[in-house]
Design a protein around this ligand. Structure first.
Ligand SMILES: CC(C)(COP(=O)(O)OP(=O)(O)OC[C@H]1O[C@@H](n2cnc3c(N)ncnc32)[C@H](O)[C@@H]1OP(=O)(O)O)[C@@H](O)C(=O)NCCC(=O)NCCS
Length: 328
């Protein structure tokens, strides 16, 4: 078995900003309510003509440059997304083609907000087994295309963006590597967050459009409870399974869900808030893109240093949840 390591990161955000004050003009809400209940102040959204793969491609170019890898070296392109450009084909083939990753297979992975963490686990297993030497892993979303901007429970939460990482076979003499990943799912809770129409169960019709069933719907309170428990369980499981203690962790890059969920979870584990990287005030919840966008910022700000023990945790629709534990 080979080891995989994370060789480079990238991120791309749309230029257009949607602030809480902008939302005050769209639904019955206030900047104060949103900041107090979620920690979010603004989010980015795509403009007309801009699509998920545009963001994914820009983030990928940065990640490839940071890793010093050419597109032809890639064996796989995996895009974690629930908002691909089209239902078919995948967003990944748009990325593969634009980059000129002529030797790569390409596919999307739908695990909602856990999409990037799932993709890292899948991509690193391709490297561990020798199937690929380099894998491009992306989290990319244009959620604003699926948000119901008349539903104040959900429209305040979500934003668009993309983040990417290059996974490579570990070099001789290097210690940086992905230590462990664990992935979980509970389809019994599949109705908590969903886009009801547009699939085989409820194909598009005038009625589904009229009822806004192509938009995301969510049971906020139940998701809140689920997410808090998932975050606590993921931190504890990742440490226990690998023989580490809370104090061994240098940084956690969590799914940027809601500052209250993160704060509530932190009360149940012995990890100080300074060890959690948070940027959700600027971008909201960007689903599969949130961990890699935060990761890129953490790297750029020097918050992650060589030798650090780094944990990614994420949870979302499905329900799905999972972690990646890395020696940086
Ligand atoms: C959605 C969420 C922010 C709502 O916050 P909350 O504190 O649970 O609020 P509640 O649902 O209990 O609603 C409290 C009140 O605020 C109101 N409210 C809901 N959204 C509001 C908004 N945007 N502005 C003002 N008031 C709002 C509700 O209607 C309710 O009013 P009522 O008491 O008169 O019925 C919160 O449940 C949440 O973040 N859940 C997780 C969602 C999530 O992260 N999903 C993605 C997971 S990957």
């Amino acid at each position: 078995m080979y080891r995989a390591w994370l060789a480079g990161t990238g991120a791309s955000l749309p230029e257009k900003v949607l602030t809480n004050h902008d939302l005050e003009g769209m639904v019955d809400t206030s900047d104060e309510w949103i900041v107090q209940r979620t920690g979010i102040r603004e989010r980015r959204i795509v403009q007309e003509g801009e699509v998920t793969s545009d963001l994914a491609i820009a983030a990928s170019r940065q990640a490839l440059e940071a890793a010093g890898i050419q597109p032809e070296d890639l064996g796989a392109v995996i895009v974690g997304t629930v908002t691909p450009d089209k239902v078919c084909p995948s967003a990944a083939v748009f990325v593969q083609n634009a980059l000129g990753a002529v030797n790569a297979c390409a596919f999307d992975l739908n695990a909602a907000c856990t999409g990037f963490v799932y993709s890292i686990a899948v991509g690193s297993s391709f490297i561990q087994t020798g199937l690929c030497e380099h894998v491009l892993v992306i989290g990319a979303e244009a959620l604003s295309r699926f948000v119901n901007y008349s539903d104040r429970n959900s429209c305040i939460l979500f934003g668009d963006g993309a983040g990417a990482a290059v996974l490579s076979r570990q070099k001789d003499g290097e210690d940086s590597h992905i230590i462990d990943s664990q992935l979980f799912a509970d389809g019994g809770a599949r109705d908590l967050i969903q886009i009801p129409a547009g699939g085989a169960a409820l194909p598009a019709s005038p009625e589904t459009v009229e009822a806004r069933q192509h938009c995301l719907s969510m049971n906020g309170r139940e998701v809140f409870k689920f997410a808090t428990k998932a975050m606590v369980d993921l931190i504890n499981t990742s440490l226990e399974r690998n023989g580490f203690k809370y104090e061994d962790l240098d940084i956690i890059v969590p799914h940027q869900v809601n500052s209250r969920i993160i704060d509530t979870a932190l009360k149940k584990v012995d990890v100080p808030k300074e060890k959690i990287f948070i940027n959700l005030d600027k971008y909201g919840n960007t689903s599969a893109a949130s961990v890699p966008i935060a990761l890129r910022e953490a790297v750029e700000e020097g918050r992650i240093q060589k030798g650090n023990l780094v944990l990614f945790v994420a949870f979302g629709a499905g329900m799905t949840w999972g972690y990646n534990l890395l020696r940086w």
